[in-house]
Design a protein around this ligand. Structure first.
Ligand code: PBG
Length: 343
């Protein structure tokens, strides 16, 4: 093999713009900021509870009375949105806790709004945390029955809106839920409450740690009769189109990292915000590797989140939110002396 002729300098020199951090920063196409993040919170019953989730180091279940401190902490990190999940004290076959006016999530919304009206509160609409069998809806002959479940979802969404939620996020994957929820919200007077639907939600092994955190593992079977098959992309686009037709204001692709092709395609095809859910298993994988000293956590996390944004996500639901926000603030290196003094 002969070396290039040293007098032929016609090749393109990409390295010119990579030479210094200043240049790299100047030409960077994707920038993360705390504004991109939505932080999930697991609200449990009781008082004074802050219980670590073993499979998700750094994530706790917390009781409603812990929320003022939690909100202050999120604000310090510059995070402006949360997604709420509830762990009720009692579960039954018909998920009554999900639409209880005084349910854990409904109380949590009020507690947050009482201390910070501006923090965006999104509530997850599903039944799996509220059923004693751990399935996402009403069981008939051992199967999750679609249409009877819609009524529950609608009631739950309305109760969350009534408590003050800024948006509801149905994650159950029943057919027709966006249509039914939109109608119920409108009839109850919540015409201004957006629906952010988990339109493309896959039946994923990456939800494992979440089911620990939310205590929502199905007691038998799995969720493959309603969540999507990992091999399907065109079907995801059909799901998204259907949710938008039914009234979704924004859509979520979930999980994120193994489905960035779906995020990217959704971003070019649809004119609604596309959110991505960087799920529990994605979080725990990095945490576990980092705790073993096998990976540089800070770089790996920021790289993963940047990739999700680069693919087209307008916002990212992530358990890494606080740490990532802290690292980003450090990187920006804004000296505290620059802060403008109060007049
Ligand atoms: C259902 C729901 C799940 C997640 C969010 N909403 C679990 C499931 O479908 O089994 C998973 C989120 C995560 O893994 O971080 N309520």
């Amino acid at each position: 093999m002969s070396l290039p002729d040293p007098s032929d300098l016609s090749f393109r020199r990409f390295r010119r713009l990579r030479r210094t951090e200043g240049l790299r920063r100047l030409v960077r196409e994707t920038r993360l900021s705390a504004d991109d993040f939505i932080y999930p919170l697991f609200i449990t019953y009781g008082r004074g509870v802050r219980r670590p989730v073993p499979s998700m180091p750094g994530v706790d279940q917390i009781s409603v009375d812990q929320l003022p401190a939690e909100v202050e902490d999120l604000r310090r990190h510059g995070i402006g949105a949360v997604l709420l999940f509830g762990i009720p004290e009692t579960k039954d076959a018909v998920a009554s806790g999900a639409y209880d006016e005084h349910g854990v999530v409904q109380e949590a919304v009020r507690a947050i709004k009482a201390v910070d009206r501006d923090l965006v509160v999104i509530t997850d609409v599903c039944n799996c945390e509220y059923t004693d069998h751990g399935h996402c809806g009403i069981l008939i002959d051992g199967e999750v029955a679609n249409d009877p479940t819609l009524e529950l979802l609608a009631r739950t969404a309305v109760s969350q809106a009534a408590a003050g939620a800024d948006a509801v996020a149905p994650s159950d994957m029943m057919d027709g839920r966006v249509k039914v929820i939109r109608r119920a919200l409108d009839e109850a007077g919540f015409t201004q409450t957006p629906i952010i639907s988990y339109a493309a939600k896959y039946a994923s092994a990456f939800y494992g740690p979440f089911r620990d955190a939310a205590e929502s593992t199905p007691s038998f079977g799995d969720r493959r009769s309603h969540q999507m098959d990992p091999g399907n992309r065109r079907e995801a686009l059909a799901e998204i189109a259907t949710d938008i037709e039914e009234g979704a204001d924004a859509i979520i692709v979930k999980p994120a990292l193994p489905y960035l092709d779906v995020v990217a395609e959704a971003r070019v095809r649809f004119d609604v915000p596309v959110l991505a859910y960087n799920v529990s298993g994605e979080y725990s994988m990095l945490k576990a590797a980092a705790l073993n000293g096998w990976i540089d956590e800070r770089r790996a996390v920021l790289e993963a989140l940047t990739a999700i944004k680069r693919a087209g996500a307008g916002a990212i639901i992530t358990y890494h939110a606080k740490e990532a926000a802290r690292w980003l603030a450090e990187e920006a290196g804004v000296p505290s002396a620059v802060r403008v003094a109060e007049p």
